[in-house]
Design a protein around this ligand. Structure first.
Ligand SMILES: NC(=O)c1ccc[n+]([C@@H]2O[C@H](COP(=O)([O-])OP(=O)(O)OC[C@H]3O[C@@H](n4cnc5c(N)ncnc54)[C@H](OP(=O)(O)O)[C@@H]3O)[C@@H](O)[C@H]2O)c1
Length: 279
C-alpha cells in the first residue's frame, strides 16, 4: 500500500496515476470531500490530520511506501516520518528550496524536515521543484475579468513546472524506487519564463490581449489576502514571489525527462489545458 499524505495539487494527480497503474493507494485527507475527484478511481481516502499523530498511525496501516506532500510544516511532516519508520521501505518527499537561514519560513521548514528525514535513516528521494504553473491559476480570475495581472516578480525568470509532472515523477519513483534511493531531483519545466513571457503565451493561447504589470510586494500580499489566503501565508508567498525578481527561480534542470523518459510539459501546453479557467 502507498500512502499519499494530502489531496493537494500533487497528491491528487499522483494518486490517480498510481491507481491507473493498478497500485494500492491511500490518500489521507483533512476533508475527504477535497478528494471527491478520486471517486472514479480505485483509491482509498481516509480522514486524518497531520497535526494528529493517531490519525497518521491509522492511515499508515499496511503501508510500505509514502509520498510526503503537504504545506511543509515541520511538526506535521516529522509526525509522518516518525510513523513511517516502523514499516515503510521508501518515502518520496516533495520539497522546494530548503535553507536553514532563508528569510522564507517555508524554506527553513523544508530544511528542518529534510534534516529529520535524513536522521531517520528512512530510504528516501527528494523532489525539489521550482514554482508550479498551477500557482498562476490564482491570477486567472483577474486575467479573465480584466486581461491584466500583476506581480512583484518583475523581469525575473522562472523555470515553472506543471504540478502534474511533479506528480508523475513522484508516482514513478514511489513505484520503482531502486534507481532513485537517497537521490535529490531538481524538477522544472523546459524553459525559463518571465511573467511578461507568461502574459504573451496566454495572449496567444486565449486569442486576446493579456498584459503583465509590475506590482509591489505589499500589493501582491494584499491581492492574495483578497483571494482568501491567510495573512501570514500571503506575506510569506509575496516575499517568495518578490525574490523571483532577484533571480531566485531562474534555474532549469533535465531531471523530469531523465526520470520520466519524456519531456516536461511547457507553459503553452498548461495554458491550453486551462483555457476555460483563464477565460
Ligand atoms: N506551490 C508551489 O509552487 C511549490 C513549488 C515547489 C514545492 N512545493 C512544495 O509542495 C508542497 C505542497 O505545496 P502545494 O502548494 O502543492 O500544496 P497544496 O496543493 O496547497 O496542498 C496542500 C494540501 O495539504 C493539506 N493540508 C494542510 N494542512 C493539513 C493538515 N493539518 N492535515 C492534513 N492535510 C493538510 C491541504 O488540505 P486542505 O485542502 O484541507 O487545506 C491540501 O490538500 C510543499 O512542501 C511546498 O513547499 C510547492
Amino acid at each position: 500500500m502507498i500512502l499519499i499524505t494530502t489531496p493537494g495539487k500533487v497528491g491528487l494527480e499522483a494518486a490517480r496515476l498510481l491507481a491507473q497503474q493498478g497500485k494500492d493507494v491511500r490518500v489521507l485527507a483533512r476533508d475527504p470531500h477535497r478528494a471527491a475527484v478520486l471517486e472514479q478511481e480505485a483509491v482509498q481516502v481516509v480522514e486524518g490530520d497531520l497535526d494528529a499523530p493517531s490519525t497518521i498511525d491509522a492511515a499508515m496501516r499496511d503501508v510500505k511506501a509514502v509520498v510526503l506532500v503537504s504545506p511543509a510544516v515541520p511538526a506535521q511532516e516529522l509526525n509522518v516520518i516518525a510513523a513511517a519508520r516502523a514499516g515503510v521501505t521508501h518515502l518520496v518527499k516533495v520539497t522546494s528550496k530548503a535553507s536553514a537561514d532563508s528569510p522564507i519560513a517555508r524554506q527553513r521548514g523544508q530544511a528542518q524536515i529534510e534534516a529529520g528525514l535524513i536522521a531517520s535513516g528512512l530510504s528516501h528521494t527528494l523532489l525539489r521543484s521550482n514554482f508550479y504553473m498551477q500557482n498562476l491559476l490564482m491570477l486567472a480570475p483577474a486575467i479573465a475579468r480584466t486581461g491584466r495581472f500583476g506581480s512583484s516578480a518583475g523581469a525575473g525568470k522562472v523555470g515553472f513546472i506543471d504540478a502534474r509532472d511533479v506528480a508523475a515523477v513522484a508516482a514513478e519513483v514511489i513505484s520503482r524506487p531502486e534507481p532513485h534511493l537517497d537521490r535529490t531531483y531538481l524538477l522544472t519545466g523546459p524553459e525559463l519564463l518571465s511573467y511578461a513571457d507568461v502574459a504573451a503565451i496566454l495572449a496567444t493561447v486565449l486569442g486576446r490581449d493579456v498584459s503583465f504589470e509590475e506590482r509591489t510586494r505589499q500589493e501582491d500580499k494584499q491581492a492574495m489576502v483578497s483571494a482568501g489566503v491567510p495573512e501570514a501565508t500571503a506575506a510569506m508567498n509575496a516575499h517568495a514571489v518578490s525574490l523571483i525578481a532577484e533571480g531566485e527561480a531562474a534555474w532549469l534542470s533535465g531531471d523530469v525527462p531523465t526520470v520520466l523518459r519524456r519531456r516536461a510539459r511547457t507553459f503553452r501546453e498548461f495554458a491550453a489545458d486551462h483555457v476555460s479557467v483563464f477565460s
